[in-house]
Design a protein around this ligand. Structure first.
Ligand SMILES: [Zn+2]
Length: 836
């Protein structure tokens, strides 16, 4: 009897949790759909309805391919692959008739952005880019995308057929395939047969790093402007090739929240965004309001999130003539979870995403001519604004580093920004701009607003709270030389090729190469890995009239492990690949330190480990892994924090601790300290500094600001404390060029800071090789109190611990893969700390 009761109970739970919904839960009229179109459930685990399990990316791709095969309304494109080799697919969905003329529809559509003639919008389709689950552990979007695509392919409803005639839908079902896969694996493997909504369950507590990010742990939804990752590259190409009118970005937020759609907080809209954009966002919102209300879903808008940083999916479209819309669904983060609003089921979250996908299409079609006219006006107005700048350009160069300039060029190219060739060499404010190493960017061009958004510096803000960073100027993240420039000369379009280098004065004695190039660390590592002895010059010197700066590298060909011929062959290959040049000399004599001097010091091959795992900021760790692995080909061992006590640290000469909570017990702290004392090189970032001070690895004095709270209302409390956050701004730093941390740099540098840790300057001047400048703020928001703390403080410190070194940075030198300008600071700490 007991068993029977149990079985009955079990049965009722299963009934409740797994089979109480079918396709009708999502699509009421599906029985009238074209039955030859495959259903999503034919591709899900156990062929259960969508929402019973989490779709894996491979199954998603299988389904979308099958749909495209079966439906004349859908074409599927493979736009590249992720780091883990998953395809970045796009479905283009429209009427059968439009499918036949897709290319001419696309070019006609682009005309509204560029032609001066009046365009007849009455027959033009509206273009809608619908993108799902850019954060992999926010999967209701990608799961809803299957149902949405099914509906678009299979429904024969008249309204839908009309909508398809009037629209082109660019459906990006998974903007972060690697993250989606990681998360699906987690929840599916932790799912109980009887769904357990207890939020203490492991199902809702993902392993580090969570599925939010991509393979190298990047937040993909910050890369729309920098375009440093393959997933973004595919997306941005589609975006500019089509110039959509609406772009939607489907996310999830905390479990206790309901549903959010934009507009966001009005005071936090970027001032470069036209007012009309927000009005249209609001207008579109009415369609979501209607449909969500019909389904009985609670929602809100305008009270959360913002449209400030243009590197986000819902804000990037706003500076490109489109309307970007953010959706945030309260997350079940698994299959069923308790929340303050009752049990939140995965199918319910999927249903909401499906609902707003449909209401977006509805809005796009209803507002079609308004949206097309808005885009036309956006570009017409920006062309008019830019006419005032007819002969004006940004002139950009990097006097020391061709590779870095080329990486910058690639970003502009991905955004289809027009670039021109400088007609003749010029010197402006002591900076030489040469025709073959400069970029002229006309201010008078179609993308003038996007350019402004990428370059502008801003120090005044309406609001002091930011959902994301407050500054991102690419001229500064690349630390480029730039100026305004005017010329009436007709300039040619610029095509920069990837720099290639060569051996100059091939010989059997010695070569020098400069540390200035972005890829010099890659070369240095490769040479050390080949077993070559490479030395670094700790002084500047001249050979003939050529000046060699601090940090020049020397390869003598005498007494090396490999033959002279082999070394020459290797250098030739490396030079061609990287652009770094090797200059040969047949004598040690220089003006200054000779090649045989003791001031040329051997560089050791770095063997690097980084501590990762629970409590460590995965973004910061991922940035370093990505930099070393994909750009410099330097191996990095990722040591799990929880397993630290078992690892043999003797294998490494460098250990990196990024921002994070390091709650090591005494045994582990001592283990790490002993490793440093025996000659290890420990590099600490941001708040790891607090731990290093507490555990006596380093002796530093920190400055704190004293923001007054005396006259504060309770209501203003969160705004007040929020305004003390430095969420991301750009500062200028003065460098002592003779210090090894400054090798490869000039006298000043822009740096990105997103902490409030301020290290006091040392009383000994030479212990402060990097110092914030007198007026350090270049762009972004920082409170008065924090700016005060920054005065007489430094972003970097180095400390001797017996035979070892501890070097620390308060600022993030590797931020989001587009801070090329400061990557070398970390590489200097890796290669040259024994000189400090
Ligand atoms: Zn998200």
């Amino acid at each position: 009897m007991k068993t029977l009761n149990y079985l009955l109970l079990l049965f009722s739970l299963i009934t409740y949790s797994q089979t109480n919904f079918d396709l009708s839960y999502f699509l009421k009229n599906h029985k009238s759909y074209n039955q030859s179109i495959p259903k999503p459930s034919e591709f899900t685990l156990g062929n259960m309805e969508v929402g019973n399990s989490h779709i894996s990316h491979d199954r998603l791709v299988q389904y979308m391919s099958a749909l495209a095969n079966a439906s004349e309304r859908i074409t599927i494109t493979d736009r590249g692959e992720t780091f883990e080799g998953r395809p970045l697919i796009l479905l283009t969905i429209t009427s059968e008739e439009n499918q036949k003329n897709l290319e001419s529809i696309r070019t006609n559509h682009l005309d509204i952005n560029s032609t001066k003639t009046i365009v007849d919008f009455s027959k033009m389709p509206v273009v809608v880019y619908q993108g799902y689950s850019i954060h992999g552990n926010e999967p209701s979007g990608s799961n809803a995308a299957m149902l949405y695509a099914y509906h678009l392919a299979a429904s024969n409803d008249n309204e839908l057929l009309k909508a398809l005639e009037k629209s082109i839908i660019l459906l990006d079902p998974s903007m972060n395939p690697d993250g989606l896969q990681r998360f699906a694996h987690w929840v599916n493997t932790n799912k109980s047969y009887n769904l357990n909504p207890d939020n203490n369950d492991r199902e809702f507590d993902e392993n580090w790093p969570k599925g939010r990010t991509n393979h190298y742990w990047f937040d993909m939804n910050r890369d729309w402007l920098p375009v440093q990752l393959p997933e973004s590259e595919a997306r941005i190409k589609t975006f500019h090739n089509w110039s959509p009118n609406i772009l939607t970005d489907h996310h999830e937020m905390g479990t206790n929240s309901t549903f959010f759609f934009q507009p966001g907080i009005p005071s936090r809209v970027n001032p470069l965004t036209p007012k009309k954009n927000q009005l249209l966002t609001k207008e579109i919102g009415k369609f979501h309001d209607k449909r969500l209300s019909e389904t009985g879903s609670l929602f809100y808008s305008e009270e959360d999130y913002d449209d400030f940083y243009f590197g986000k999916g819902s804000t990037f479209p706003d500076i490109n003539g489109a309307v970007g819309i953010l959706f945030e669904q309260g997350s079940s983060r698994g299959h069923l979870q308790e929340s303050i609003n009752g049990l939140l089921s995965f199918p319910f979250t999927i249903k909401n995403q499906l609902t707003v996908s449909l209401s977006t299409l509805e809005a796009a079609v209803e507002m079609r001519e308004t949206l097309l006219a808005y885009q036309n006006d956006f570009f017409k107005n920006s062309r008019e604004e830019s006419l005032k700048e007819k002969n004006n350009y940004y002139l950009v160069t990097d006097q020391r580093d061709k590779s870095k300039l080329f990486e910058f060029y690639k970003i502009l190219e991905k955004h289809q920004i027009l670039m021109k060739k400088l007609p003749k060499d010029v010197i402006i404010n002591n900076t030489s701009y040469s025709t073959n190493n400069s970029i002229l960017i006309p201010k008078n061009q179609n993308k003038t607003r996007l350019i402004k958004a990428m370059f502008e510096k801003r120090k005044k803000f309406k609001d002091s709270l930011f959902y994301d960073v407050s500054a991102w100027s690419f001229l500064h993240s690349f630390n480029l030389d730039y100026t305004n420039y005017s010329t009436k000369i007709n300039t040619k379009n610029l095509v920069l090729n990837k720099p290639t280098g060569k051996i100059i004065n091939k010989n059997n004695y010695a070569y020098l190469f400069s540390w200035d190039d972005y890829y010099s660390p890659k070369i240095l590592y490769k040479l050390l890995d080949l077993g070559l002895r490479v030395k670094v010059g700790t002084q500047s010197f001249y050979v003939d009239t050529k000046r060699y700066d601090y940090g020049t590298l020397l390869i003598s060909l005498v007494n090396q492990k490999i033959s002279t011929t082999e070394i020459n062959n290797q250098l030739d290959k490396l030079s061609k690949e990287s652009g770094v040049e090797f200059i040969g000399y047949k004598s040690s004599t220089t003006k200054g330190i000779d090649f045989g001097s003791n001031d040329f010091i051997n560089v050791s091959k770095p063997k690097i480990a980084m501590i990762v795992g629970d409590g460590v900021t995965s973004y910061d760790a991922g940035e370093i892994w990505h930099l070393l692995d994909t750009r410099y080909n330097i191996p990095l061992t990722k040591i799990k924090k929880s397993n630290f006590s078992n690892q043999n640290l003797e294998k490494y000469n460098t250990i990196i601790m990024v921002n994070g909570k390091y709650d090591f017990d005494e045994k582990n702290s001592n283990k790490l300290k002993k490793w440093v004392e025996n000659g290890g090189n420990l590099i600490g970032y941001r708040n790891s500094i607090n731990w290093l001070i507490k555990k006596d690895f380093i002796k530093l004095e920190l400055k704190q600001n004293k923001a007054s709270t005396t006259y504060l209302n309770y209501e203003d409390k969160s705004n007040h404390f929020g305004s003390q956050l430095t969420s991301g701004a750009i500062f200028s730093v003065d460098l002592d060029k003779s210090h090894p941390i400054s090798y490869g740099y000039n006298n000043s540098l822009s740096i990105f800071r997103n902490t409030n840790i301020y290290i006091k300057n040392d009383t000994l001047g030479y212990n402060n090789p990097l110092k914030y400048s007198k007026n350090p703020l270049i762009s972004g928001y920082i409170s008065k109190e924090n700016l005060q703390s920054m005065k007489n403080s430094r972003p970097f410190a180095v400390y001797n611990l017996r035979k070892g070194k501890v070097t620390v940075f308060t600022d993030n030198t590797n931020f989001r893969a587009f801070w090329h300008g400061t990557n070398k600071l970390m590489m200097n700490a890796i290669f040259f700390s024994n000189l400090m």
